[in-house]
Structures are given as C-alpha cells and as structure tokens.
Write a protein that binds this ligand. Structure first.
Ligand code: PLP
Length: 422
C-alpha cells in the first residue's frame, strides 16, 4: 500500500479498519484529561472495560457462597483453569490439551526446564539468543548450575553479525548444526523483547530436532502479537506471560504449552503439585503422584480465580477479533508507523530502526536506536501525552497494538516525533 503522511490518510485507514470497534472495549489511560497515545502494549496491555465486571462477579460469588463457590459459583472455581484452554489454544496454535493458564512466566520456564533440559555428559548445552530478557538469562544460568554445569561453557548465546541488529535465520540454523551433538536444548524468544525480531519458529524447531535437541520458546512478546502454530511446528514446550499483548492485567496469570507428543511422558523429571494429579483422585489426598495427561499434569496449584477471570475476558476479546484479523491490522499499523518515522527522519540522523523491516520477521513493535538526543526526544514525547518505552542505554520501543491503537494514534505520534526532533 502507498502510505501518505497526512491526517486525512490516517483517518481513511481508520474508516476501513475491520477492528475499529474494539478500541472502545478498552480503557485508554488519560494524560492531562485527554486519551494518551499508548504505545506500550508490549509492556502492559490495556484494561478491557469488561474486566471489572468479570472480576467483580467472582468477588460477589465469593461473598455469597464462600467455599461453596468452588462448585456452585457461576464459573465454578474448581474447573476455572479449563475455561481459557480453547482460547489459549487458538492464540498459540495448539490443541486445548496442550495449553493451560498457570503460575507466572519465569516459574513456568523453570518447570519446563526441569522436565525438558536433561543434560548428559555429551549433550549438555543450551543454545539461545544473546541479550535475552534478564529473567530468562537468570533461569538458564541457575538451571545449568543446578545440574552442576558451568554457564560459561554450557550456555551458547548467538549475537547478530557485526554492524547488524537482528540475527539472520541462516546463522541461527548453521549454529544449531555446528553445535549439534552437544546441544541438549535450543530455546529462543518468539519475538525478541529488545529488537522486536520475530524468530523463525518453524525453521529453528526443525533444525534443532534434526540434531536431536529439545526445543522451547519464550513467547512473552509473541503471544497475542504474531501468528503461532506451536503444534504444527512441533515445538516441544513454550511459556508466556499474559499481561503484555494479551491484556490480562499487571502480574496476570501466565501460560504454558507442552506438545501432545509428551502428553504421556510420565517418567521424566518434573516438579509436581496436587493440581497436576489426576482429577478424579485429586481430593483423595493419597500418597503417590499420578500426573494428568498433557500440560495439565504440570499444574502445581489451584488457579488464582481473580486473575483467571481477567484472562478469560481478554481472551474472549481475542476470540471475537480473531488472530488473523489482528495480524492483518498489526502489519498495516506497524508499516504505517515505519513509513512515518522514515518520512520524519529520512537520512537517519536521529535514529535507526533496529527491528527487522521484513514483515514476517517482526510483530507490532519498532525499536529505535537513538543516535542523538534520545532521552530528550523520549521526554518530549512523554510530556506531550505519548506513553512510549525507554530501554537503556538508548532505545525507544513503540508498540502499536491492533486491538486498541488507531491509525490516527500512529499519525499523532508521528507529529509529536517531528516536533521533538526540532
Ligand atoms: C516480560 C518478560 C518476562 C517477565 O517475566 P515474569 O516471570 O512474567 O515476571 C520474562 N521473559 C521475557 C522474555 C519477557 O518478555
């Protein structure tokens, strides 16, 4: 599409937007009495207006029923974790039995590593991207130490080529092949939190399988953002949080995926809790853990109901919109933002966009490496009512979220950028 840097053009894109009605389902945080230009849905997604009702219904049921609510509330708490399964499955491209909402992201990452990182004397290394999110780095480091391994030796972190900002898929695949026999686990972010690079999940998985390694993905920035086909692509496991693009609220309940191939792998290592025990015997409270089939067998605890209610609301919105439509708008919104930024700084004097320009290699995020006046520009944007994200030492991240950001938002942000560069 030939874009134009004009208000009229942005407005015409909004008129043609099949998801335009979704914006009104969300609270847009005000700045100085006006709706902000909210571009941090990759950090904390906005609150659906219906969240309060759903959470309040659970509070009411608790008030009215007490413990009876486990069975007699409108969404019985005993089975609450089942309500989100089919929606989660649709968002990550899985079968309902392969996904569950539980715990927090880093907890789930540890649970998965306990079961799927099984080093042997020959095959003991983890291969991942350099500059992974800190929590993931700490998880890898501590898991390696837990197995008596030295992270300096056993953790392989791939960096982009000199002068480049994203990893080339060919370089990832050849590194997997080179290290093949020593790799126990290949694990990447789905979308890299800093650069916004959307990794080739199918390609990485295939290459890792070929050398006999297990494959996992941290989908924190990918879930609800880009199309995923975890089942079809044969990924072994994946984890994610739900407060970024999924809009389930601060500290929301996270999720995990285990491929059905492992549904009955009961003999390997796993850390167990009563909620993973076969459902019909769970309340017999007897000795001897018997895991449920599939991901359900990795659950530890009964689900936090208020959080589960907030997740359910946000997933119902995704279900109504459909990930396909979300992606179509996402591509257009992000491309329009890219067009405007390049129009404003045509010679790249102020910033370099380090997010890949290829549509299949990114989601709803552009990361700008600021070459001069970065913090000043960020402060000017913030003062003018834009909520954007600053990452040390000099990156501004902008995430136009298709469910609630409009093309007009993107245009207005462009105007603020132009002013800030002057
Ligand atoms: C946001 C994010 C986290 C945060 O971890 P929590 O356990 O949810 O606090 C971890 N890893 C990645 C890649 C993230 O993007």
């Amino acid at each position: 599409m030939a874009f134009e840097n004009s208000h009229q053009f942005a407005k015409s894109l909004d008129r043609q937007d099949s998801l335009k009605s979704f914006r009104s389902k969300f609270h847009i945080p005000p700045v100085k009495g006006k709706p902000s230009l909210y571009f941090t849905g990759n950090s904390l997604g906005l609150q659906p207006k219906s969240t309060k009702r759903f959470v309040t219904e659970e509070l009411d049921d608790w008030a009215q029923l007490g413990v009876e609510g486990h069975v007699h509330s409108r969404r019985p708490w005993m089975y609450h974790h089942k309500l989100t399964k089919k929606y989660l499955a649709a968002v990550v491209g899985a079968k309902p039995g392969e996904v569950v909402a539980m715990n927090q992201l880093t907890v789930n990452l540890h649970l998965m590593l306990v079961s799927f990182f099984k080093p042997t004397p020959q095959r003991y290394k983890i291969l991942t991207e350099s500059g992974a999110f800190s929590s993931d780095q700490y998880a890898f480091e501590s898991q390696l130490k837990f197995h008596g391994l030295d992270p300096n030796d056993a953790l392989i972190e791939l960096s982009p080529r000199a002068g480049e900002f994203a990893l080339r898929t060919e370089d990832i695949l050849s590194a997997i092949e080179t290290h093949g026999q020593e790799l126990a686990l290949v694990i990447f972010g789905g979308v890299q939190y800093y650069t916004g690079q959307f990794f080739d999940i199918a390609g990485i998985t295939k290459a890792a399988k070929k050398v006999g390694a297990t494959v996992g993905f941290d989908l924190a920035h990918a879930v609800g953002n880009v199309p995923l086909s975890l089942h079809k692509h044969d990924v072994d496991f994946a984890v994610w949080c739900s407060y970024k693009y999924l809009n389930a609220g601060p500290g929301a309940i996270a999720g995990a995926f285990v491929h059905e191939r492992h549904a009955k792998s009961f003999d390997g290592p796993r850390f167990a809790g009563w909620w993973g025990h076969v459902e019909k015997e769970r309340f017999q409270m007897r000795k001897g853990f018997k895991p449920m089939e599939g991901i359900d067998g990795w659950q530890l605890s009964n689900i936090p109901i208020l959080q589960s209610a907030a997740l359910l609301v946000s997933l119902e919105i995704f279900n109504e919109a459909g990930m396909k439509a979300v992606r179509v708008k996402s591509i257009l919104l992000t491309s329009y933002l890219e067009f405007l930024l390049k129009d404003i700084d045509p010679d790249g004097k102020y910033f370099t966009i380090i997010t890949p320009s290829a549509i299949e290699a990114r989601g709803a995020q552009l990361s700008l490496l600021m070459l001069r006046d970065g913090k000043k520009i960020f402060n000017a944007l913030t003062k003018a009512g834009a909520i954007v994200d600053w990452r040390e030492p000099n990156v501004i991240r902008l995430a136009p979220a298709p469910l609630y950001n409009s093309f007009d938002d993107v245009y207005q942000l462009g105007l603020l950028f132009k002013k800030a560069l002057k």
